[in-house]
Design a protein around this ligand. Structure first.
Ligand code: KG4
Ligand code: ZN
Length: 342
């Protein structure tokens, strides 16, 4: 008989534009991880289209779950529970994953474990740490969220500050669109910025006063528009992306976003006297963020840990992992479980 600590959890994720399923042992060891990305289906529209996302999840959900179980060599009787993202996300997309999870939980008589997507991104970063030493300052930075938390356990997060407008990933996506670099913008900006001078263009870091732990990225987007099209965005003929300094523009914008994130993390760490920082979410894949954060943290004697890149963007390993912690705490749901967009 398997102990609770080694329990196998099936995780299901469908909150945005990835259909994902995974089997995780003991909240730590991924036995399988299947991610079907819809990026190609949304690319022509320059962003995620909710109707397309919902339909795409519907087509993908059964083969994705099936593949995750097969890849893990996992039979239904081996599973201790089924974890699923119930919030936040696109309503129609969440419904697909939650309905699949309910059906399996009912048919196989397993506990149904609802998971909060943002908390799962935090859990993904916790999976990079061998011996947990709570509390942590945690940054979740993705296409939909830029939030700082104090994390006291995998299940216990206190919001310290969030974005007032655009998420960091959203700002990168919009900037990339202005530079005609394609979608999703984060990886495109990183690539275009590779040989660029991050000081080529001046972008103010929006720190919002000396003590604020909130974020605001919409001004940076406007600043880029002005640099490209003149004050008021009126110039008909933007000097970029044709000009040779596309790399400089991409690098300057990227550096301003990442620098802002780093300064806010270190500010939170100092204010709360917590010298340990966790970082997760899609933007945490960013190379400049990882490198510059390592340098800045070392200088302050702070430990900064990132989720593994494959656990930064949306995946179901983090859902199954947090699901394990929730099951151990008895935090399950009945079949009336509802979804919540926010
Ligand atoms: O966590 P995620 O997959 O989905 C949400 O929950 O939002 O994050 C997606 C976001 C997108 O905005 C994408 O542009 C950004 O993460 N992203 C990156 C990189 N890879 C993905 N941003 C900067 N650098 C990257 N390498
Ligand atoms: Zn996410």
């Amino acid at each position: 008989m398997m102990s609770d600590a080694d329990a196998l959890i099936l995780g299901i994720e469908s909150s945005c534009d990835e259909t994902a399923a995974a089997v995780v042992r003991g909240g730590r060891e991924a036995l399988s991880s299947v991610v079907r990305s819809q990026i190609a289906e949304h690319a022509a529209w320059g962003g995620v289209v909710p109707e397309i996302a919902g339909r795409s999840h519907l087509r993908a959900i059964v083969p994705t779950v099936d593949e995750a179980l097969r890849e893990a060599g996992c039979r239904r009787e081996d599973l201790a529970g089924i974890a699923v993202t119930a919030r936040p996300g696109l309503l129609g997309s969440l419904l697909v994953g939650v309905t699949a999870a309910k059906s399996l939980a009912w048919a196989w008589d397993k506990p149904l474990i609802p998971v909060h997507h943002i908390e799962a991104h935090v859990y993904a970063a916790l999976m990079s740490v061998e011996d947990w030493q709570f509390p942590y300052i945690t940054l979740v930075v993705s296409g939909g969220h830029t939030s700082l938390y104090r994390t006291d356990s995998p299940l216990d997060h206190t919001l310290l500050g969030a974005t007032r407008d655009d998420a960091a990933g959203e700002a990168l996506d919009k900037a990339a669109a202005m530079l005609e670099l394609g979608y999703p913008g984060g990886p495109a900006i990183q690539k275009a910025a590779t040989d660029g001078d991050p000081k080529a263009y001046a972008f103010k870091r929006p720190l919002l006063g000396p003590d604020s732990l909130e974020f605001s990225f919409s001004g940076m987007k406007t600043a880029m528009l002005y640099k490209l099209k003149g004050p008021g965005g009126k110039r008909e003929d933007p000097t970029l992306p044709e000009s040779s300094n596309l790399a400089g523009m991409a690098a300057s914008f990227e550096a301003a976003v990442m620098d802002t994130l780093i300064r806010k993390c270190l500010r939170a760490s100092k204010q709360h006297g917590i010298p340990r920082i966790l970082i997760g979410g899609g933007v945490a894949c960013n190379r400049r963020l990882r490198e510059d954060m390592a340098v800045a943290a070392a200088r302050r004697g702070v430990e900064a840990v990132f989720a593994r890149p494959e656990h930064c963007t949306d995946n179901a390993v983090m859902i199954a992992g947090l699901g394990h912690a929730r099951l151990q705490a008895g935090e399950t749901a009945d079949l009336l479980l509802d979804v919540m967009a926010s």
